[in-house]
Design a protein around this ligand. Structure first.
Ligand SMILES: *Cc1c(COP(=O)(O)O)cnc(C)c1O
Length: 345
């Protein structure tokens, strides 16, 4: 869907942080089968892992070329995203030493003030571009700060800055849009889009219907169910007090599994399709639910409760925890039995 939306621009896939917590060894081949040929990770380590999974992909490393890692990049056929003139020079020197052209992305900062060549370095490069002679420039890239806010004036300003400086630099493809940028404005697509979160179902257009389908469903087992009466409390801090007789179910998922503790007492879990409100604080390994309205036949220990699903998305949980879907996904823990469905794997 993303590739169609940005065509004729190419669509890369950002798979840093273990494919946003999904599991890169399954996600990356699925994305390859969906047509992605260019991938971005943050770290050299992530890139060497990905190289084993995708022998033919182009792999860009966003965090840049740390001194002493040049041979690793060449050995694994990785493409550094060069973030300052020192990195540009070192990669250029490596190319000279090997008497071959080496592939590179160069990140031009247009307002994030995080990574990439700053304005002064961009000027210096435009004045003396011969350092690029030994490089095979794959793209000039920049990154948007506010793309999920449709009314934010910064986005088009960043676009104009990128176009302005690129005009004074040797010709190469341009890459600006992340997931939100893809939907913000077609004029941000340029030659190569770099979606991450939308590949994994996080809504790239907050406040509007999600154009992406949620990827993750999370189920947890019912461990125990108990009858409770008025004025009893549930869990740490005795935070939740019963106002009438009812039933509490305890399920096997907690903040050690990445279910953010800030979501305690918020939202609901589904058991046999029926809502069970989350009550009390989240524990490390446990969550408590009000199951008063759910028939006992659905509450046997071992039965599954759906914590993340169509009824409660990653974005819903993020909102309740005052964070973003990215953090919910990348927090999902290592204790789950992960089953990959419909990936062809
Ligand atoms: C993480 C990242 C992306 C992907 O961003 P999403 O918002 O997840 O689509 C693209 N470009 C860069 C430089 C990034 O760091």
């Amino acid at each position: 869907m993303l590739a169609q939306k940005v065509a004729p621009a190419r669509c890369a896939a950002v798979v840093k942080a273990n494919a946003y917590g999904i599991g890169v060894e399954i996600a990356a081949p699925a994305l390859w089968r969906a047509g992605a040929r260019t991938f971005f990770v943050a770290l050299l380590d992530e890139a060497t892992t990905l190289r084993q999974v995708l022998p033919e992909a182009e792999i860009g490393v966003l965090n840049g070329l740390m001194p002493g890692t040049e041979a690793d990049y060449v050995g694994h056929r990785l493409v550094p995203v060069l973030n300052d003139l020192g990195q540009v020079q070192r990669w250029s020197d490596e190319a000279s030493r090997r008497a071959e052209r080496l592939p590179a992305y160069i990140h031009l900062d247009t307002g994030m003030n995080r990574l990439g060549l700053g304005l002064d370095e961009q000027e210096r490069l435009a004045d003396a571009p011969s350092v690029l002679d030994g490089l095979d420039m794959r793209a000039w890239i920049s990154h948007l700060a506010c793309a999920e806010d449709r009314s934010h004036p910064m986005t088009m300003g960043q676009r104009d800055s990128l176009v302005g400086i690129a005009r004074r630099l040797p010709m190469a493809p341009l890459s600006l849009a992340n997931s939100a940028g893809i939907f913000h404005h077609d004029g941000l697509h340029f030659d190569l889009a770099r979606p991450g979160c939308a590949l994994y179902g996080v809504n790239p257009t907050p406040g509007e219907p999600n154009p992406a389908r949620q990827v993750v469903r999370l189920d947890a087992r019912i461990l125990q169910v108990r009858r409770v009466d008025t004025a009893m409390t549930v869990g740490y801090g005795a935070d939740h007090t019963l106002t009438k007789p009812g039933k509490i179910a305890t399920i096997a998922v907690g903040y050690a599994d990445g279910l953010l503790r800030a979501t305690g007492g918020k939202g609901d879990v589904r058991i046999a399709g029926r809502p069970a409100p989350v009550v009390g604080r989240l524990s490390m390994d446990l969550m408590t639910l009000d199951v008063t309205n759910i028939p006992d036949e659905h509450l046997a220990p071992g039965q599954m409760a759906t914590v993340i699903g169509p009824h409660r998305t990653v974005d819903d949980i993020a909102r309740d925890a005052n964070t973003i879907g990215y953090e919910v996904l990348t927090s999902l823990g290592a204790r789950f039995d992960r089953r990959y469905i419909g990936t062809g794997a």
